[in-house]
Write a protein that binds this ligand. Structure first.
Ligand SMILES: [Zn+2]
Length: 117
């Protein structure tokens, strides 16, 4: 008989994966389901944003349900769910962007005029 415990281990690691989106990593409060927003779902992958009702910190996580079970990757963020949607499809920054931002702030330092645009 092939490893009778494998199913149990499998489901327990799935639970570990879900723990990320069940408890706040900072204050350990239990998230209520209404605090989780599914921002996007595609091919069994879910992009989820959860704001902790207790300490107001947020996580974004990608939860993937596939034939091997549920896995998730998440990180603590200061982005709101609107920010996540805004940056999700934007291009990553290049060195040129950083140099341009630096030059804007130092050489051409009329920042208040820029912010009014
Ligand atoms: Zn919290």
């Amino acid at each position: 008989m092939a490893n009778p415990g494998s199913n149990f281990q499998h489901s327990s690691s799935s639970l570990d994966n879900l723990r990320l989106i069940s408890y706040c990593p900072l204050c350990n409060a239990h998230y209520s389901p209404t605090e989780a927003k599914i921002l996007e779902q595609k091919d069994g992958a879910h992009l989820i944003h959860v704001e902790c009702g207790n300490c107001r910190s947020s996580i974004v996580a990608v939860v993937i349900t596939g034939s091997i079970g549920i896995s998730s990757v998440g990180l603590i963020t200061d982005l709101t769910s609107q920010d996540v949607m805004r940056f999700k499809n934007s291009e990553s920054l290049s060195e040129d962007d950083v140099i341009e931002a630096y030059q804007t702030l130092t050489v051409d330092s009329d920042l208040s005029a820029l912010l009014k645009e």
